[in-house]
Ligand binder design. Sequence first.
Ligand SMILES: Cc1cc2nc3c(=O)[nH]c(=O)nc-3n(C[C@H](O)[C@H](O)[C@H](O)COP(=O)(O)O)c2cc1C
Ligand code: SF4
Length: 389
Amino acid sequence: MNILLNTKAAKPPYAAAKRALELGAEKVIAELKASGLSGRGGAGFPAGVKWETVRNATGSPKYLIINAEESEPGTFKDRQVLSENPHTVIEGALIGALTTGCTQGYIYIRPDYRKPAAAFRTALEEARKAGMLGENACGSGKPFDIEIAHGGGAYICGEETALINSLMGLRGEPNTKPPFPAISGFLEKPTLLSNVETFAYVPWILTHGGEAFGQLGVNGSKGMRLFSVSGDVTRPGNYELPVGTTARELLKAAGGVKGTLKAFIPGGASSAPLPPDMLDTPMDFKPLAQAGSMLGSGAFIAISNKHSMRDIARNVMGFFEDESCGKCSPCRIGCVRINEMLAAKGAPNKDLLLELSDAVMQGSLCGLGMAAPNVVKGGLKYWAQDFGQ
Ligand SMILES: Cc1cc2nc3c(=O)[nH]c(=O)nc-3n(C[C@H](O)[C@H](O)[C@H](O)COP(=O)(O)O)c2cc1C
Ligand code: SF4
C-alpha cells in the first residue's frame, strides 16, 4: 500500500485540514499519538509529543519550519515527495500550524533541489488561491503561510538548530540543546520543526485515523515510511513500506543485491554498517539500535564484496571531515585525525582508532560528531581484515 509515493497527487481544498479544524487541537494531537508517527529526519522523536510541546509553549508568535535540507548521504525521499506530492506536505504543515498556533511557516530547501522547489512553489500558489493559506487559512480565522528559503548546501544545516541559525542569517552552526526548538527556536520563539515526510503523513492520519496508520506497521512497529535504497542494488530508488519491514525484505523490494552482499548501512552514512547475517533485523529504531546501528533517515545502502570497508570508512569520514562545521574541537580535529589514520599505509593502530572514535562521539556537541565514526567502529567490528588487522 502506498500513501505518499506513486499515488494521485493531492490538491486543494484540503479535506484533512478541515477535519482537523472540526476535531480541535487536542483530538488532533491524540490521533497523532495513536498513529505512532515518529520524526523522519533522523532522531525519530514522536510527532504527537512535539506538537503538544509547541502548543503548550508560551511565546508568540510561533513558527513552523519544514526541514527539506535532506543532506544525509543516501537519503533522497523528500525530493520525490516534494516533486510529486507537494500539497500533502503543505496540508500536513497547515494542520500542524492550526493545531499548535503557528502563524508563519518556512520550508528550508537545499539549493540544488530546483525541481522540487519549483513544484512546491506552484503548489503554494494553488493553496493560496484556494484560500488554504493566507490571512484566513482554511477558513480558520487565523493566518498561516509558508515562505521558501534556500540554504547554502551545508550538511550541518539539516541539523535543526543549525538550520534555524542559518534561516536567521547567522552562521549555520548547531546550538547546545536544551532549549529545543519547540520551546525556543526561530527568533527564540516556539517552533514546530519537522522533516518533509513527517508532515506529509499527517493528512492521511487525520483522514483515516491514528489507529489505522499505526496498524500498517509490521513486527511490532507502527505506520508506513519511506526508505531510500542505493548502493549495489538492482533497482535503487525510494520504497514506501511498513515500518518494521526487515532489511532483507527491503533489499528484495529493490531487486536484490548486485553481486554478493558484504555489508549494509541501514540509516544513512552516519549509521554503523551491519553484516548480512543481520538482514532479518526489522527496520525500526529499537531493533536497529539493539543490532548496534540506527534507523536514522531510513536510507539503506547495500555494499557488495567488491568493496573494502576501509575504503567505505575513508569515503564516509572524508564527507564528515568536510562537513564538520568546526564549532567544537573533538569533531573538527578528530575527524581529520581519523582520516589520516585510515589513509596512512599499512594497518592502523586499532586501539588508538577506537579510542579516537569514542572521543569524537562522546565529546562532540551535535549529532554529526556523535555519529560520524560509526562507520569506523562498525567496520572494525565486523571487517577487521579490511583494515589490515
Ligand atoms: C548532522 C545532522 C544533520 C541532519 N540533517 C537532517 C536533514 O537533512 N533533514 C532532516 O529532516 N533532519 C535532519 N536532521 C535531524 C534534525 O536535526 C531534526 O531532528 C529533524 O529535522 C526534526 O524533524 P522530525 O522530528 O520530523 O524528524 C539532522 C540532524 C543532524 C544531527
Ligand atoms: S559536532 Fe561537528 S558539526 Fe557538530 S557542532 Fe561540533 S564541530 Fe560542528
